[in-house]
Design a protein around this ligand. Structure first.
Ligand code: CAA
Length: 251
């Protein structure tokens, strides 16, 4: 298997498993990741996903350059490609090393990014006569300043984890041995929150991002009204009044 997919209670862990090729995204990885993402999306018992890479060297060094052929880019999988930012459950990218090209693009499709101290991030496509093709030019300027995005995209140079933290591209930098414990702890914290509210927050943040403010506020009101019809909404309020932990059901 090129992607290990493990379910740990309400958390799913996706591990890109080609450490000998720095977890480069070849067609097998893309297809297996796609299948796992679909399973995660459709499994009501799974609430938060963590994506990481096998080994200590790379999250992913990007698209598999050795598979490059002339002509249009392949579709990213045999079935419709599903991206983490199209699934309304939170994703955490745990960057255990290089996150380059398509690897950084995948990390940017996640909601939170935690980097090991030795991680290095970048969009090196221009170094090999190419350009980002999976969101780099569009997401990076939305995550960091346009000036920093332009520098990363145009020079192809890597930045280290601390610099990625300084510019707001990653949420936290931790020692490698704390990477997965930190990711799991964050995931568990989110799992304790009301899942209907959590999913609505993600969807409204993403769908509302490019809307004019009034339309974004309307979208938020519509979703908030929908969340008010769920069992979890009343459970949260009852648990608060009764001074006990809530028992959310995801409905
Ligand atoms: N594709 C295929 N193989 C890769 C790879 C990639 N993206 N990145 C690394 N590998 C392979 C290397 O070829 C090498 O394999 P062999 O042992 O068989 O030679 C193995 O992984 C280990 O890599 P290195 O020996 O190069 O390791 P290093 O520590 O010396 O260098 C590195 C690390 C700087 C990350 C270097 O591997 C590198 O520059 N990799 C390419 C990074 C890159 O350009 N990524 C962008 C790809 S394009 C893209 O992603 C397009 C898109 O937006 C969709």
């Amino acid at each position: 298997m090129a992607v290990d997919y493990e379910k740990e209670g309400r958390i799913a862990v996706f591990t890109i498993n080609r450490p000998e090729a720095l977890n480069a995204l070849n067609s097998q990885v893309r297809q297996e990741l796609n299948q796992a993402l679909i399973d995660f999306r459709d499994d009501p018992d799974l609430w938060v996903g963590i994506i990481t890479g096998a080994g200590e060297k790379a999250f992913s060094a990007g698209a598999d350059i050795k598979e490059f052929r002339p002509g249009p880019m392949e579709t990213r999988g045999a079935v419709a490609w599903v991206r983490p930012d199209q699934i309304w459950k939170p994703f955490i990218a745990a960057l255990n090393g290089f996150a380059l090209g398509g690897g950084l693009e995948l990390a940017m499709e996640c909601d939170l990014r935690i980097a090991a101290e030795h991680a290095r991030l970048g969009q090196p496509e221009v170094n090999i006569g190419f350009m980002p093709g999976a969101g780099g030019t569009q997401r990076l300027p939305r995550f960091v300043s346009r000036a920093m995005a332009a520098e990363i995209l145009l020079t192809g140079q890597q930045i280290d984890a601390q610099e990625a933290y300084r510019i707001g591209l990653v949420n936290r930098v931790v020692p490698l041995d704390q990477l997965m414990p930190t990711a799991r702890k964050l995931a568990e914290t989110i799992c304790q929150r009301g899942p209907m509210g959590v999913r609505a927050v993600k969807e409204v943040m993403i769908r509302g991002y490019d809307l004019p403010l009034e339309q974004g506020l309307q979208l938020e009101r519509d979703f908030a009204n929908r969340v008010r019809t769920t069992e979890d909404f009343m459970e949260g309020a009852r648990a608060f009044a009764e001074k006990r932990p809530p028992q959310y059901k995801g409905r």
